[in-house]
Design a binder for this molecule. Sequence first.
Ligand code: ADP
Length: 881
Amino acid sequence: MPSDDLTPLMRQYRETKRGYPDAILFFRVGDFYEMFYEDAEVASRLLAIALTTRDKNSPDPVPLCGVPHHAATGYIAKLLKAGRTVALCDQVEDPKLAKGLVRREVVRVYTPGTLIDPELLPPTASNFLAAIAPGPRTAGTGYDGLGIAAIDVSTGEFWVTEAVGDQAEDRLVNELARLEAKELLIPQMPDENLPTCLARLKDVRLCREPRAWFALEEARGLLLGHFRVHTLDSFGCRGMTLGIQAAGAVLRYLHETQPAVSLDHVRALNVRRPDDSMYLDSVTIQNLELVRSLGAPGDAEGAREGTLLGVVDRTITTMGGRLLREWVLHPLIDCRAIRSRQAAVGELKERLEIRVQLRSALRHVQDIARLSSRISLGVATPREVWALRQSVAAFPELHRHLLLLDSPFAKELAKSWDPAIDIHETIEQALAPDAPASVRDGGIIRPGYHAGVDELRKASTEGKQWIAALEGQERERTGIDSLKVRYNQVFGYYIEVTKANLQRVPPHYTRKQTLANAERFLTPELKELEERVTGADLKLKALEQELFEELRARLARETPRLQAMGRLISTLDALAALAEVAALHRYVRPEVDDGHEIRIVEGRHAVVERLMATGEFIPNDTRLDLEDHRLVILTGPNMAGKSTYLRQVALIVLLAQMGSFVPATEARIGIVDRIFTRVGASDNLAGGQSTFMVEMTETSNILHSATWRSLILLDEIGRGTSTYDGLSIAWAVAEFIHDPKQLGARTLFATHYHEMTQLEGSHEGIKNYRVEVRERDGDVLFLRRIVRGGADKSYGIHVAQLAGLPSPIIDRAKQVLAQLERANRDSTAPVPQEPLPFADATLPAPHPILEEVRQIDLFSMTPLDALNRLADLKRRLSSEE
Ligand code: ADP
């Protein structure tokens, strides 16, 4: 920036900009937000708007671009998407009343994780700002613990959790994958390990903040101050440190970047425990296409199509939509909680009339969670408060329907219901129906609410009537029939007389303006009337604004009640949506228990069946348990339907544990604590790494993280390498998983290595199934039916034919296959028949010296002892080499 003599405006700009060096400053000038210097260059490029200069005649003109103030939000959205932060600097006094330069201040800083504007927020997904507080790192094994905190400023939801143990980093990444935070705070640190393990996350802005923000005592102090409590134990934070550190950093960030935003609507800190819900890792969430279809770009709204959420989300309100998304990503593991949701869904499914009425009453309810936050933040417009009134008006009716239901969950909701009649009345009395979108527009306050408003309105209308009557009077007095009384922004009211009648203008008219064929005049009487009208209008607007702000402040005190009602209504909406889905798509209520059996009769894939005509999807049964059906090997040619079947089972289990009904004719689900899915060598997940390496890393993660209660789905594991390598790995993995002494988890293993079917005879608990195909006249017919027994052929060539490979290639491939099969028959099968002893085959034992280092108690040693011990360890290591 040149520092030569600046205009006062530019000086003011530069002073403001100094406080926000990293943001693009939207500087309000008249009806525009203007950007200068580098901001203008960057913004004009990103927004595709013209770049010009201010004061073109200066030798060193200032680059400038601008956007109209009423369209600012759309441009801000674009800049946020491009990874920028926007600071909005407004005129904070009326330019008409300002003496000299208008005062300007930054009133909001827009970052992706702190949005509160309906236009910028995804309606049916939360918008989180999160922070991570890493614990100490142990050499080689990563972090022992990590704290995570997340806040959605638009609703006031705030929670913490901690990931501990040797899987802490994985847990962290998986938690963040479900959270889909828009902004993530991490401490600035010399060690780059944390950012590396976060590299897998997409669409999140990483912000490195001072380490002091994450310090325990500082964080605790900030939280205690915010919630005005003496201890955080009442939130369930006893014993928590890393979580508190992360939560403190979140608050600190908000204070620093949004000093003008009060956080009064953030009333509680919730603690999430890892055992509250089913554990789903990021790969499984992707693979099962729970909330986003594979290959869908970024945060596109259309990404829901073809996902489980897309099928089950029949909620009416956006709040209900957000909750259902939560339910999909956090299935329950507590039988009682699941059954309680199921009973409510079942009742709503059966009682059609109540469901229909409830759902139609829900249509009147808007996003109370976000509306009440905006009220509490003091930014809600009159129209938004009117929307709250419309929503609250539906509470008593919803309550009446709810009271007709008998399930305990519904009764619980009805008991906590708050009809909020008083809130409705408060708004009803004060606010004019269909109040305007802006507080400056007037017409906000209902007639009869405030005597002052009524009087000023009367004065203004009467004044306008007098002025209207003046036209007639003046025509009569002057005898000029074409005389007009008109209004414009520059002069206010004036009298217009055509050139032809000028000689009849009386002397007390003062000339103001001459036009081509008319002249404009003022009279003292007109001026006086006008002052009365504009004076009344100005006062009226100010008074209406003041009364509206008073109303908003009064409603802000009801935030906790409105938030609670937001939660009740979203729960009701989500339950009714699941009932609707169950009724529409012929789902049944699964029996959920703490046993270990998974038995599904005529199960269907919730999403794939929707893409087909009714009756086209072939249903299949499933049986898995911890006895003779621990591990099912599913063989069949490519395209037979193996992956669909695997995913179908996972989706049914997941739906069941969400409390939903399931696409089947009968189902019994023994609770699953974690679902893992791995798809061999799938290229869209690899992101640059060798696909085989990714596949193996993921498989190894499963072997580490699964428990006997887990459900594991392996699809073509081992495909990413040579046939014998792949087969051997698949074989060994299957043996390990099926063995109760190693893991013994319920597993579906799809493979086209038909050699794997030999495991059945020699390993108890392994069963073969295949997808049936029929061969007719050299053609292959896919029956999509899963039956007992193993496949003995791959039919790969048939599939190639189906895919349109030229026939000479197909014929040649058949010849080669025949030769290979002959050669194979002549040598004996290369497959091991005996189960392998697995005692030593678990993961490699750590080096003994590592173990010794782990045992050392540093605090009971002198520095000299420690040095000696270190020298000893080094000596022993080098003698080993
Ligand atoms: P694989 O994993 O064996 O290669 P997929 O599961 O990808 O096969 O299925 C191949 C195709 O068959 C899919 O496009 C799917 O639409 C269809 N399909 C799979 N299962 C069924 C079924 N039970 N009923 C009808 N169509 C199915």
